[in-house]
Design a binder for this molecule. Structure first.
Ligand code: 13P
Ligand code: SF4
Length: 369
């Protein structure tokens, strides 16, 4: 077994590493950094990385962990917006790090500040948005969009608290502009009784979002035309087919899945909710799960000993390719660099933006269950 001193230091994160020696060196670096380090891991991380997390969770749980972290270094094994939130919510002297800066989120990239500002300006030709629209951004978004919500009386949401956040938002103003994920917005609105024809899609490539004046005036929720490329592969037909084979099976999906998939599911919720619901189910239960493959595989392994059977909703493999960018060599490089007194891949949100984004995040934490 190789120890961290017996093998050459990683200076290039892309160098090929023997898996076992990489794992051992991560453990050794973690031990050497001790309480100076906390590793946060999202449920979609691959197993070889996930096992090193001190805390795991969904976006809300990890945001709270970051806000309460004592460590000098917060290494976020997740995607970029999560490390930004950790930087915003942690103390100024703490350092937020992502092992690979290219671990973004394709959904988050579907809305940017100029597009959202243009939408706000176009809407202001029909009504006063500051009076009548609460902007709500899913946490899967860049920090400057959270800042936009902070300065326009808006708020951030996650898949766990979207309903509480929408209730708060309708208490402020009569309409909501929800970005970037149309599915989370629609699924949450529908679960609150908002009629489908009062939730319209804002196509950011079209003037006035491609909507008529009447559609804007009638809308309760204006949904950004964004989606998750992973969750869009789940289809209602896959649920029907599975139910024909296993009529007793339970169906559970993440709310980034389509309205049709969520309507056919017995349970809909965040990654943490999915784990908890399957954990709480009776031995022998069979589950069809609509969320990312690394998590579904982990659930399959975790619960097979209890006689629970966990199946993936899609016949095609769909991992989150950006979550998958965080691999053991990058994690090792990050940790060994810290040991050498060098911070690599710091995620730092500029203070003006961070302040406004913090406002929107704090509103979210206040209304969250
Ligand atoms: P959760 O907050 O439910 O973990 O979701 C994060 C995410 O990116 C799902 O695609
Ligand atoms: Fe983004 Fe989808 Fe990956 Fe979640 S699963 S991080 S929403 S691309």
């Amino acid at each position: 077994m190789a120890s961290s001193s017996a093998v050459e230091k990683i200076t290039d994160p892309f160098s090929i590493q023997d898996d076992e020696s990489c794992q051992q060196r991560i453990l050794a670096a973690k031990e050497a950094l001790g309480e100076r380090l906390v590793i946060l891991g999202h449920h979609y991380q691959r197993e070889e990385v996930f096992r090193h997390a001190d805390f795991s969770g969904d976006s809300l749980k990890l945001s709270r962990q970051a806000a309460n972290a004592k460590a000098e270094f917060i290494v976020f094994c997740g995607v970029h917006f999560m490390a930004e939130v950790a930087d915003i919510l942690s103390r100024p002297e703490q350092i937020s790090i992502i092992p690979d800066q290219n671990a973004g989120c394709s959904m988050a990239d579907m809305a940017d500040l100029p597009q959202v500002e243009r939408a706000w300006q176009e809407l202001s030709t029909l009504l006063d948005p500051e009076e009548s629209i609460t902007p709500v951004t899913y946490i899967n978004s860049a920090a400057d969009l959270k800042g936009f919500c902070g300065r326009h009386g808006g708020i951030v949401c996650t898949s766990t608290n979207a309903r509480h956040v929408l209730e708060w938002s309708f208490g402020q103003r009569e309409k909501v502009l929800f970005f970037p994920d149309q599915h989370l917005g629609r699924n949450t609105g529908a679960s609150m009784g908002v009629p489908l024809d009062e939730m319209v899609v804002w196509d950011y490539d079209q003037p006035m979002g491609g909507l008529t004046q009447e559609e804007v005036h009638k809308a309760k929720i204006i949904l950004w035309k964004g989606f998750c490329s992973v969750h869009q592969v789940f289809k209602p037909e896959q649920i029907e087919q599975f139910k024909r084979l296993y009529p007793e099976a339970k169906i559970i999906a993440h709310p980034e899945s389509s309205y049709e998939v969520c309507q056919k599911s017995d349970f809909v919720g965040s990654t943490e909710y999915i784990i908890q619901t399957i954990a709480d189910s009776a031995p022998g239960t069979r589950w069809l799960v609509g969320t990312e493959l690394n998590l579904v595989n982990r659930l399959h392994e975790q619960f097979k000993g209890e006689g629970k059977s966990v199946h993936f909703m899609s016949p095609t493999i769909c991992m989150c390719s950006t979550m998958f960018r965080i691999d053991p060599p990058h994690l090792l490089w990050t940790l060994e660099s810290l040991l050498e007194g060098q911070v690599v891949n710091r995620v730092e949100v500029v203070e003006g933006v961070a302040e406004q984004a913090r406002l929107a995040l704090q509103r979210m934490l206040e209304v969250s269950p």
